[in-house]
Design a binder for this molecule. Structure first.
Ligand code: PLP
Length: 366
């Protein structure tokens, strides 16, 4: 199969569409900004690759000072380890024989840390790790109020004792993702709620230490709480992911980081004066968090998507000048689910393609 990729130096207007554009300067600034904020707060950065799905960006984050990467799934971790990333945390449960076998296989060539909440899962991980001759790092996921996965704060001590004693496993600490707070628009409410969540996590860490077991890692935070949870004494590292590109949804929360991501499309039909049809649809832009914002032409807006088409409203003379073949650029409301649809980012600087960046983690949801 041939990928018809444009050559470096191609102007944005000539890129084949639909495609994801990343403003490289902007993404690089976002990476540097989170790292320097973390340095100043005295915490590590272990960015979540569920956003970027790409070893290229993970390398940039590690070059900037990140200690490793988070991966949502074993498949994503396999992509990163194969690309040479040597420190991978899966802040998520890995359940089932097949996945656990793949996980411990990775632990033979990289430092792998996985989250747990269940005693039988700990036994399964221990058996597989011993059989593979591996050492697997394990952290306990604590439910800090998001009510997704994780034991409640008081349930962590018994599990920590079990992990600490389990052959093939190394007890590393705790994680708690305060996902219910990261998108809260009001900073003071976000701060109060995130601090409450971190209180549960730190309380669980204190109980475990009180039982005589050491803890190295207390991992937490999303983009919206990087500067809140990162300041809570006892939190050792940040798991932020979206900060790298910022999407439309996060820009509604704050502008601490700058938007770097857009989807470029081409006008393919112009039957009505006030509507253009572009070649981008649900297979190239997600709308699980609402319709994207059209950023160029600025006055245009999206009416609706179908699989491969989008109707764009053209309210004024400037936008109605759009012709067949012209480009429309839109900022997705949810970057992660849009990126997961694409094989490449087109990384641009000063309006020209610098390089096509592969996204080998896309679709790796097993
Ligand atoms: C476990 C975990 N950690 C961290 C994050 C960070 O996310 P973001 O920076 O995109 O808010 C997420 C997001 O889904 C997550 O699931």
């Amino acid at each position: 199969m041939t990928d018809y990729l444009p050559l470096p130096g191609t102007p944005i207007e000539e890129l084949d569409t639909p495609c994801i554009i990343v403003e490289l300067d902007v993404a690089e600034r976002n990476i540097a900004k989170l790292q320097s904020a973390a340095n100043e707060m005295g915490v590590d950065v272990r960015p979540h690759s569920k956003t970027n799905k790409s070893p290229y960006w993970v390398r940039k984050q590690i070059e900037a000072g990140a200690i490793g990467v988070c991966c949502a799934k074993v498949g994503e971790a396999e992509v990163m380890v194969e690309a040479g990333v040597s420190d991978v945390m899966i802040p998520n449960q890995v359940i089932g024989k097949n996945k656990i076998a793949r996980l411990v296989a990775l632990a033979r060539s990289a430092n792998i840390i996985v989250a747990v909440e269940d005693s039988r899962n700990v036994d399964d991980l221990s058996d597989a790790s011993v059989a593979a001759g591996a050492e697997l790092g394990v952290i306990i996921e604590v439910n800090v109020g998001m009510n997704r996965c994780g034991v409640d704060g008081n349930g962590a001590v018994e599990l920590a004792k079990q992990i600490d004693a389990a052959p093939g496993l190394r007890f590393d600490g705790l994680m708690g993702y305060e996902g219910h707070t990261v998108a809260e628009r009001d900073y003071e409410v976000r701060k109060t709620e995130a601090e409450k969540a971190m209180g549960i996590l730190i309380g669980a860490a204190d109980q475990i230490r009180g039982s005589g077991i050491d803890i190295e890692i207390v991992s937490a935070a999303g983009t919206g709480t990087y500067n809140i949870s990162g300041r809570v004494p006892g939190v050792t590292e940040l798991q932020c992911g979206s900060y790298i590109f910022m999407d439309g949804d996060y820009l509604e929360v704050f502008n601490d980081f700058e938007p770097a991501l857009s989807v470029l499309s081409t006008v393919i039909s112009r039957q009505k004066e006030d509507v253009a049809i572009v070649d981008m649809g649900l297979k190239s832009i997600s709308m699980d968090r609402g319709l994207a914002e059209v950023i160029s032409p600025a006055s245009a807006s999206i009416i609706k998507h179908s699989e491969e088409h989008t109707q764009v409203s053209l309210p004024d003379a400037a936008s109605r000048a759009l012709k067949i073949g012209d480009k429309v650029q839109s900022r997705p409301t949810h970057g992660d689910t849009t990126i997961n649809l694409h094989e490449y980012y087109f990384g641009v600087r000063n309006g020209k393609l610098e390089q096509a960046i592969p996204i080998p983690g896309r679709g790796k949801f097993r």
